[in-house]
Design a protein around this ligand. Structure first.
Ligand code: SF4
Length: 187
């Protein structure tokens, strides 16, 4: 039987945990017979923690299309199965009931946040980007050197964006001529 690093850690972890519980007087066989892991029917897939540039890998357990657990990926040469406290909480990126999933806007001089539709928000963002970019786009700088840039808009990526999303966002930003492009994970 071929034993992967992950399989080995699972087995040795189970062994160590069982030995520790036996030494404390627990009846392990009774516990083991009645216990079912909440991930026992899950499909596992791998991902990369979005929070910082260390780039730890994780295993996501999914049941019925919903993530139910996250753990470090033992096969990753970066984190070797460990995750820091932020990484252990990445499940909340998709499951937290405190996560906003509607657009809110605070209009000028208002103290209230109000909900608006995605269509309205995207239209307004697109109009403002176009207006600002057209008003500030420079073909040449003060020395007559061709620069083709817009330094009136900055682009800041967020930690919950994945590599593919950031690739597309950066391409889009560069196509607009933006030069101030940064990401939270690098700051
Ligand atoms: S936030 Fe923690 S778990 Fe996530 S990549 Fe950084 S060090 Fe790794």
């Amino acid at each position: 039987m071929e034993l992967t690093r992950r399989g080995f850690l699972k087995l040795s972890g189970a062994g160590i945990g069982t030995a520790a519980l036996v030494s404390m007087g627990f009846n392990i066989s009774a516990y083991a017979a009645g216990m079912e892991l909440r991930t026992s029917t899950a499909t596992e897939t791998t991902t990369v923690c979005p929070y910082c540039s260390v780039g730890c890998s994780a295993i996501v357990s999914v049941i019925d299309g919903k993530p139910v657990a996250i753990e470090g990926l033992p096969d990753s040469p970066v984190n070797r199965g460990s995750l820091c406290s932020k990484g252990q909480a990445i499940l909340q990126v998709s499951t937290s009931d405190r996560r906003l999933n509607k657009v809110r806007v605070r209009e000028p001089n208002s103290e209230e946040w109000k909900e608006i539709s995605w269509e309205k928000a995207l239209d307004e963002i697109a109009e403002l980007i176009k207006e600002t970019r057209d008003a500030n786009f420079k073909i040449k700088d003060d020395k007559g050197i061709t620069v083709n840039r817009c330094d009136a808009i900055a682009n800041l990526g967020g930690a919950a964006l994945d590599n593919e999303e950031l690739h597309m966002i950066t391409k889009f930003a560069r196509a607009l001529g933006l030069v101030y492009i940064e990401h939270q994970a690098r700051i």
